[in-house]
Design a protein around this ligand. Sequence first.
Ligand SMILES: C[N+](C)(C)CCCC[C@H](N)C(=O)O
Length: 264
Amino acid sequence: MPVEEFVAGWISGALGLVLGHPFDTVKLLGFFKGMSFPIASIAVVNSVLFGVYSNTLLLLTATSHQERRAQPPSYTHIFLAGCTGGFLQAYCLAPFDLIKVRLQNQTEPVAQPGSPPPQYQGPMHCAASIFREEGYRGLFRGAWALMLRDTPTVGIYFITYEGLCRQYTPEGQNPSSATVLVAGGFAGIASWVAATPLDVIKSRMQMDGLRRRVYQGVLDCMMSSVRQEGLGVFFRGVTINSARAFPVNAVTFLSYEYLLRWWG
Ligand SMILES: C[N+](C)(C)CCCC[C@H](N)C(=O)O
């Protein structure tokens, strides 16, 4: 199994994240100190995303990353490989994402004298507390919503990227840096716009379980959110998600493409 794609995904994910970090922190108006935890987690997750995508495409089309410029795979194959990558990365992402959401939602970033300390002191402490209080399965709270969010939207991610690259690149050639940046940026936006409704639901389910359980499942969470807040609830955060998605994914795809060309 070719491993370059895993390594390229690893590095490019970390680079993209450095750019996205400020946006991520504003997103929930929370506080997420330190970048080592997000860098480590996105590196693992992005490596699974790109590694699985590329290797699924290899299985489906029998062409390696290098051969794909000369023999472009069909959009159906790209979509299926993307969905597979999205599905598996969601599983790896679930515990990291849960920890991120729980930490971002802590309201007391600075301890006031006399006030109780924040519930979670950092990522490791958060993981240990969830494990202790909510069990192993607690670490995967919201994972189902995350898989529903990422399976089709990672398909959309790669279709948009490939589609735009092909549109602006002469046949058989590698796309230029500018094309990769723009196609990567728009791939990020398209997939995040599509992912936002389930992203809202996912985060609510991840916060659930801290106090008494409110939601019965994904559908129940959707229904009660719509009932209380209207359909607009599904677009909450779509602007900030898109603003973050462009630079993050432009840099992710640029570094991914260049690392593979460099090694290839
Ligand atoms: C599928 N979904 C849109 C959720 C994410 C796809 C892009 C992944 C990238 N690491 C990022 O964080 O933007």
